[in-house]
Design a protein around this ligand. Structure first.
Ligand code: HEC
Ligand code: HEC
Length: 285
């Protein structure tokens, strides 16, 4: 009996050590499909569900449509890297003819706190609002005229399997990092002309540990000062300071289609890394 209890404690400790953040853990009443789900894969799917990394069938006849109208299908386009939709970092990401509006719902506060089955059902079937069929012609999308259909949540059950949906549910509930613990943000104005300002990057993280983490997992490619190559004209330090909402996702789940693979990382390690990258002397612009 004592042994079983010890094992139980150890398992809890291990589970905590691995996911570490304040995240929801499985409960015995959760469906087996949820318990088995892979939230890291879910994070990859959230970025681009038809990616090689996400295991999507690259011969699927739907792939051409996804590639051509990428932002109409990528979850992150409408819900944001921080899951806050237009209430977060995407408050100024205005629509274009090839990019729909960002959703108004804040999933960080909504979806994440739902039960696993409830979230699965909502994600798969919706709450009665119209969903955009896969066959929709998106070539005529014009946000200035009528964005209704283009802005709709795609009818995911036409192209995602239940397994993939469970993986995304697990990503939202367990693996997505709480960005409010990584930096302070001020959001002003109204979508799509809002403004976001980021301060206190890394919060109470430990810069020395973060530098160690950087040297182990990033330096080989990005260089000691993060300037081996520029990304969107920015060094690694500058990119992180400008887009802290996005970098955490890229580090944890990988930069899809590139050499940068997913890195196992806890919330605390991400804080440490951010704290190190906030240093403009060690990681100049
Ligand atoms: C074109 C924009 C768009 C894309 C792309 C998109 N969504 Fe949505 N999503 C919405 C909108 C709008 C709603 C609210 C209306 C609804 O529920 O259909 C929504 C609702 C949701 C909900 C809550 C369900 C509900 O009905 O309240 C979840 C969870 C969700 N989306 C996850 C995802 C995931 C995961 C993906 C990627 C596979 C995705 N979304 C892609 C726009 C989008
Ligand atoms: C194996 C090489 C490699 C490693 C290791 C690596 N990266 Fe990258 N990283 C890249 C490449 C290549 C790109 C650019 C990909 C592109 O242009 O799409 C990139 C992109 C990025 C970006 C820009 C992301 C974006 O949205 O465009 C950031 C920030 C970044 N890396 C930071 C890091 C950090 C922090 C680590 C360590 C946790 C790391 N990288 C580890 C190769 C690597």
């Amino acid at each position: 009996m004592l042994k079983i209890f010890k094992y139980f404690l150890m398992t809890c400790f291990l589970a905590l050590a691995i996911s570490c953040s304040d995240n929801t853990t499985d409960t015995p009443t959760d469906p087996q499909d949820y318990i088995n789900a892979d939230g890291i894969n879910g994070g990859i799917l959230f970025d681009k569900f038809w990616s090689v990394e996400g295991g999507y069938d690259q011969n699927s006849p739907n792939k051409a449509q996804f590639d051509k109208y990428s932002d109409f299908f990528r979850c992150k386009q409408c819900h944001g890297w921080d899951l806050m939709g237009r209430n977060g970092s995407y408050n100024s990401r205005s629509p274009k003819t090839n990019r729909p509006n960002v959703s108004g719902i804040n999933y960080w506060t909504k979806a994440r706190n739902m039960g696993a089955q409830e979230l699965f059902d909502l994600l798969k079937n919706g709450s009665g609002k119209a969903r955009r069929p896969l066959s929709t012609d998106l070539s005529t999308y014009d946000p200035a005229k009528d964005p209704t259909i283009g802005d709709q949540m795609p009818n995911v059950k036409e192209f995602l399997t239940d397994k993939q949906i469970w993986d995304i549910v697990k990503f939202i509930k367990v693996e997505a990092l709480d960005v409010t613990k990584l930096y302070d943000a001020t959001y002003t104005g109204t979508y799509p002309t809002g403004k976001a300002t980021y301060t206190n990057i890394g919060k109470d993280g430990d810069a020395a540990k973060g530098l160690e983490f950087y040297n182990t997992y990033c330096k080989a490619c990005h260089g000691a000062d993060g300037k081996t190559f520029l990304m969107e004209n920015m060094s690694t330090g500058k990119f992180t300071r400008s887009k802290p909402y996005e970098v955490q996702h890229k580090v944890k789940f990988g930069q899809l289609g590139s050499a940068m693979k997913k890195t196992p990382v806890t919330l605390q390690q991400m804080k440490d890394l951010y704290k190190a990258l906030a240093d403009t002397t060690k990681f100049p612009d």
